[in-house]
Design a protein around this ligand. Structure first.
Ligand code: 4AD
Ligand code: MG
Length: 436
């Protein structure tokens, strides 16, 4: 008898199969028991008729508890017209074997009733079995798949960058320091500096891996460990990567809409808002963004960075992501290329997702002059000896180049319509959370 994943049962209509999984839910009415099985690929309503099985099997079915692991054998049947069951197929059970019965006096801790978020986060290893978390993590997988497909289809080479690094990329305040034999190392904040080296070797590259920031802020947008995808393109300008970013985001969103509609609906996401995402995205110079924010009651002054509240105000005004470009160089990282027309500005862009989600992408054009970078490294108080290899890139064929980084969790939160990034990654790491 074939062992079949629940998602494939349609191809076995009228045939006998074995299915394996965990008990999601159960109800009974006298002579019939309806266990609902969960196997990771879907949910299956099973029917145990007292008259169709041995008394032992019927008793075993009756005793099943939530999340007990089991194997069922039976006939696949299309759900009759007028009735509904998940997936549209049900199983007429002939036999049942239990791998482990969860003891009734020590039941599965997560029940269909409401639990507080902190409790659920403590039970994260079990919580990921629930249908909502399952839908979010399936969408995350689709986003990761679409990210890779986008760059692979455009001739980018995947070149992974290291996690242990000797130097800072995004600013000294959010570094995690680790012992590295007799030296100190830092967990990477971004693969960008190494990406600039690989871009000179391969032209168009991307890296995709975990990144780390010792973020002391407890907000709905911050994790201490998150996944970032970063393309870097030789000879590209700020404008080039803005076009790349809008095509990239559009492609990811439309792949999710096409391939994960059921999961979006399970999350009660307004899919129409996602269907609308298409180029061109609105572009707003930092100067205009400041005026805009002030007219909406923000206290922002020219020259400072936006707070989370400012990003929310801006991103609520557009039905697609808005690209804010040319921030003052003083609020950005050391490697930014100055705008030749106004050197106090950096040739950079932040992409803010709509519906109040805020920044999902940061990027721009990189400084290509050796003198300027030396000066910036001094100004930012960075240890020059850690950057000698990076400066070599400006000595041996320096080139205009640009790129960006997108945080996967922020993208998942927006696309799924979630309140907080903590549900977008299987095991979130935050200021007060290292477990499970
Ligand atoms: O804007 P950031 O700091 O840019 C960089 O790291 C550049 N070196 C990227 C590049 O140009 N190659 O971070 C990029 C993105 C943000 O827009 C956000 O989506 C995400 O990374 N991000 C975080 N996501 C979750 N938690 C945090 N603490 C994050 N910090 C940044
Ligand atoms: Mg940023």
């Amino acid at each position: 008898m074939p062992v079949v994943p629940i998602s494939d049962l349609a191809a076995y209509d009228g045939q006998e199969v074995t299915v394996r999984g965990w008990l999601y839910n159960i109800r009974s009415s006298g002579k019939i028991i309806f266990p609902i099985l969960r196997d990771g690929s879907g949910l299956l309503q099973c029917i145990v008729f007292k008259n169709n099985v041995t008394p032992e099997v019927f008793e075993k079915a009756k005793a099943l508890t939530q999340e007990s692991s089991l194997e069922l054998q039976g006939m696949v049947r299309k759900v009759p017209e007028g009735k509904t069951a998940p997936g549209g197929y049900e199983l007429d059970v002939k036999d049942l074997a239990v791998f482990q019965l969860v003891p009734a006096d020590q039941p599965f801790p997560i029940t269909p009733k409401d639990h507080g978020v902190e409790f659920l986060m403590d039970q994260r290893h079990l919580w990921i079995r629930s249908s909502r978390q399952h839908a979010i993590l399936k969408i995350r997988h689709e986003i990761v798949r679409a990210v890779r497909q986008f760059f692979d289809d455009r001739g980018f080479v995947l070149v992974d960058t290291p996690i242990f690094t000797p130097a800072v990329c995004e600013g000294t305040t959010t570094l995690f320091e680790v012992g590295y034999f007799d030296e100190k190392a830092y967990l990477t904040q971004s693969g960008q500096l190494y990406n600039e080296a690989t871009a000179a070797a391969f032209g168009k590259v991307y890296c995709f891996g975990p990144t780390f920031r010792a973020e002391k802020s407890k907000t709905r947008r911050h994790l201490t460990e998150f996944w970032m995808v970063e393309p870097e393109v030789a000879f590209a300008t700020l404008d080039d990567v803005m076009v790349l970013a809008e095509e990239f985001i559009t492609s990811i969103v439309q792949n999710v809409v096409k391939n994960r509609r059921a999961e979006l609906l399970a999350l009660e996401r307004d899919v129409q808002k996602l269907e609308r995402i298409a180029p061109p995205f609105p572009r707003l110079a930092y100067d205009e963004a400041v005026t805009n924010l002030q007219s909406h009651g923000s206290e922002i002054r020219w020259g400072s960075d936006f707070g989370g509240g400012d990003e929310t105000i801006l991103s609520q005004q557009f039905d697609r992501p808005v690209m804010v470009h040319r921030y003052p160089a003083q609020v950005k990282a050391f490697y930014m290329e100055p705008d030749p027309a106004r050197p106090e500005l950096a040739l950079c862009v932040d992409v803010l997702a709509p519906e109040g989600y805020g920044e999902i992408i940061g990027g721009g054009q990189r400084a290509s002059s050796l003198e300027l970078l030396n000066e910036r490294i001094r100004q930012h108080g960075l240890p020059s000896e850690a950057f000698d290899w990076y400066l070599d890139l400006r000595k041996y064929g320096t080139f205009p180049h640009a790129g960006f980084g997108m945080g996967i969790e922020r993208a998942v939160a927006w696309i799924c319509g979630l309140e907080h990034v903590r549900e977008t990654i299987p095991f979130p790491r935050m200021l007060y959370r290292l477990k499970p």
